[in-house]
Design a protein around this ligand. Structure first.
Ligand SMILES: Nc1ncnc2c1ncn2[C@@H]1O[C@H](COP(=O)(O)OP(=O)(O)OP(=O)(O)O)[C@@H](O)[C@H]1O
Ligand SMILES: [Zn+2]
Length: 746
């Protein structure tokens, strides 16, 4: 035997899926080293913790020496992959993300993998049995099988599909019975073959749509994007609602498909945009792979493999798809780039848009950010010419932007939340056989249940928050920790049965509208009404079937829907975000209102938007209604600059949680004192302060905000904080988290 080791180094550093900022050393067994080369990005099985429990880890590197004495180092148990399942480029991205977000490397790597690979399953397609007719079978006269009907039918199908064979899918489509295969195989008339199963989703044979002729702005944007296609660069496609942004991406995608490139299209939530998916399917003759949370582990792995091996060219995915390995990626598109759901709010708190840009830089490919309401961060980058700023200011086709009208609610008698004028306008719209959309960002029946006798309010046992009344489900639900209990009819404090609700949610508004507009279909779109997988598709189908209809919903309605017959949008409470304690409150409100308003008048009929408000002269509402989002955002940015707030300053938040009331605050206080000793000049520490909802799911929550105008010193402080907390909370029941570039500061 030739005495060369394929893995020359005796030790390997392994990242494990644990919340610790360290990698772990293992010995490479000689037998393994002779046969395999251990490379970064391969999975291994290793003993970890008490009793040599086995864990799955990822190889970081092999090394000649370890910091630990040899006797203390355990050998790894097994190698799980023949080649790295995370390639060099993705590996580097994970390492970068771990440093930037100060999150343990092992958890970052494991977050990037589909669940089945985290569990150690093999990174292969499952195989399925295909049937082929043999020469003898092809020559067999079917009449000879007249007494075995099932065999006859199966052989007939096999003869008819002699060239390509019968896949399990085809067998089910043809509706032939495969119970006859055994007998036919025995007679030598058919033979089987195991093939990789490569269908991530059923691809439907669609009638291909003819693309519309681009208007001048669309054509200019497309041209600019095509000019960027061979190297890294970021473009901001800033197009008003209904300006045909999607049409622009479709053109660019078409050009890249012609070069056999892959395209990653990121969207905030897939379930909410079945229409977008249909448009992609209607345009391209290629497999489209979806990546989102509503898939089984197997479906996710299949999709992942198809993309990794380059079999699928278009990937439409949510946040975590930024980590999908590709063979030849040519472009990343981030639709609705302002959407907060690109930021992970738990655990590894990354921003998928920012990581996508980093990834594109590594691959030297372009990124396209699209929105009708770009984030202040992206607008700043565009203003500073770091991004190509492509504007679409006309609606596509013949549509016009809707007219925004403020409805002054002061001193008016409201009919269950609606002003007389609003109701009159809704009636007129319906009479013209057009549709109305009512927006209220509060689901459930009512946000509060109160006792008329003693003032008791139904609140959550685990959070400092009121319970929402859900009448149809007959429940009281906590929207913060998701716990619920049966709806009460008597007060638990004074036993009075005079309980009443305060405020309105979508469920109640739906009921009110059903009474007010008896013959009009009322369709509700919120998280409760769309829980079932196909519910949203069914609702949107109904919307398209009826002329008249009223849609009631939460922010889900703002997500890229195209309802051509909606001409009136009613915003029930435009004031909600005006006095938010979060400095991003205004930005979010303006985005939401603009997006919802943008659902009106998207086809040939002009749309109207009614904003019900108690503050019609509020400068923010006034600016948004009369000058639009861009002007609003420019004002907002000037204010942020004056107040030295992001994006003109960088922030990180350290969060701590403890079951005991003072513990979380206490540990952050100590951390603050530690940090203050060597705080760089440019840095500031705010807090510790308690979260707005102090107690959530039984945990008391405190925050410490670090901020500064330069990233370097900020990251030094955060790194120190992460280390210090890991060491100093070891034996206490305190959980902590680091949030770099936080979107929420309370
Ligand atoms: N050049 C064009 N001519 C005619 N119709 C067009 C053109 N471009 C797009 N459309 C149509 O206009 C409608 C709106 O376009 P699209 O959905 O691409 O806009 P969008 O900017 O992505 O919208 P939003 O951000 O509001 O969701 C679609 O029905 C689309 O088919
Ligand atoms: Zn709760």
């Amino acid at each position: 035997m030739v005495d060369t080791l394929l893995t020359a180094h005796p030790y390997v550093k392994v990242a494990l899926n644990v919340p610790l900022r360290a990698t772990f050393d293992y010995k490479v067994p000689k037998a393994l080293a002779y046969r395999h080369e251990l490379r970064p990005g391969m999975r291994v099985k290793v003993p970890f913790g008490n009793g040599d429990r086995q864990a799955i880890g990822l190889v970081i590197e092999t090394v000649a020496q370890s910091d630990y004495p040899d006797a203390q180092i355990k050998p790894l148990t097994a190698l799980l992959d023949d080649s790295p399942i995370i390639d060099r480029e993705l590996f580097e991205l994970c390492v970068w993300a771990s440093r930037y977000y100060h999150h343990p490397l092992g958890e970052v790597f494991f977050h990037a993998l589909p669940t089945s690979l985290r569990k150690g399953e093999s990174a292969d397609f499952r195989s399925e049995t295909w049937w082929f007719v043999t020469e003898e079978g092809a020559a067999t006269d079917l009449e000879t099988l007249n007494r075995a009907k099932l065999q006859k039918a199966f052989l007939k199908a096999a003869q008819e599909h002699a060239t390509h064979g019968l896949s399990p899918h085809l067998i089910s489509v043809l509706d032939v019975n495969s119970s006859a295969t055994k007998a036919l195989e025995k007679k030598g008339l058919i033979r089987s073959e195991q093939r990789a199963f490569k269908r991530a989703r059923e691809t439907h044979a669609h009638q291909k749509q003819v693309p519309p002729t681009l208007n001048n702005e669309q054509a200019a944007a497309t041209k600019a994007l095509l000019a960027m296609k061979d190297e890294f660069g970021v473009a901001l496609l800033d197009g008003i609602t209904g300006s045909g942004k999607t049409e622009v991406f479709l053109r660019v995608i078409e050009a890249l498909l012609a070069e056999d490139k892959q395209i990653l299209v990121m969207v905030p939530e897939i379930g909410l945009t079945p229409q977008t998916l249909r448009r992609f399917e209607g345009r391209f003759n290629t497999d489209i792979v979806l990546m989102h949370s509503n898939m089984t582990d197997r479906e996710r792995l299949d999709a992942w493999l198809m993309v990794e091996k380059g079999d699928a060219k278009i990937i439409i995915g949510t946040r975590s798809s930024v980590f999908i390995p590709t063979l030849d990626l040519g472009l990343i598109i981030i639709d609705e780039e302002h959407d907060a759901s690109y930021k992970q709010h738990e655990g590894f708190r990354y921003h998928a848009r920012d990581l996508a840009i980093k990834r594109a830089q590594g691959l030297n490919i372009p990124v396209l950010l699209a929105s009708a309401t770009p984030s202040y961060e992206s607008l700043t980058n565009a203003l500073q010419k770091r991004y190509h700023w492509l504007k679409l200011r006309q609606r596509a086709g013949n549509a016009e932007l809707p007219e925004m009208e403020r409805i002054d609610l002061r001193g008016q008698t409201l009919k269950q939340g609606f002003s007389e004028h609003t109701l009159e306008r809704m009636k007129q719209t319906l009479e013209k056989k057009e549709q109305v959309l009512v927006f209220l960002n509060r689901r459930g029946y009512a946000p509060t249940l109160m006792c008329h006798q003693c003032g008791w309010i139904a609140s959550c046992d685990h959070c400092d928050a009121n319970l929402t009344v859900h009448k149809r489900a007959n429940k009281l639900h906590c929207h913060h920790c998701d716990s619920h209990k049966a709806l009460l009819h008597t007060c638990p404090d004074c036993q009075s049965d005079e309980l009443f609700t305060v405020g309105e949610g979508t469920e109640q508004v739906e009921g009110i509208l059903n009474q007010l507009f008896k013959n009009t279909p009322i369709l509700r779109i919120d998280r409760d009404s769309t829980q079932r997988k196909s519910a949203l598709t069914q609702i949107t189908q109904k919307i398209h079937e009826h002329d008249q209809a009223i849609l009631v919903g939460t922010q889900m309605l703002a997500k890229g829907h195209h309802f051509p017959n909606v001409t009136l949008v009613v915003i029930m409470d435009a004031d909600v975000g005006l006095f938010s304690s979060d400095f991003r409150g205004m930005e979010r409100t303006a985005q939401l209102i603009t997006q919802v308003a943008g659902r009106a008048g998207r086809a040939s009929k002009r749309g109207h938007v009614l904003l019900q408000t108690y503050h019609p002269e509020h400068p923010a509402i006034e600016c948004l209604c009369t000058q639009g989002y861009e002007a609003f955002a420019m004002d907002g940015l000037r204010e942020r600059q004056q107040l030295a707030l992001p994006p003109f300053q960088y922030q990180a938040i350290v969060r701590a949680e403890s079951a005991q009331e003072q513990q979380a605050m206490g540990v952050l206080m100590q951390l603050r004192n530690q940090l203050s000793v060597t705080l760089p000049d440019d840095m500031q520490i705010i807090g510790p302060y308690t979260a707005i909802i102090v107690r959530k799911a039984g945990q008391h929550r405190a925050l410490l905000c670090l901020k500064g105008t330069q990233r370097g010193p900020l990251h030094q402080c955060v790194a120190f904080a992460a280390q210090w907390l890991e060491q100093n909370t070891k034996n206490q029941r305190i959980r902590f988290a680091i949030d770099v570039d936080p979107l929420e500061t309370f």
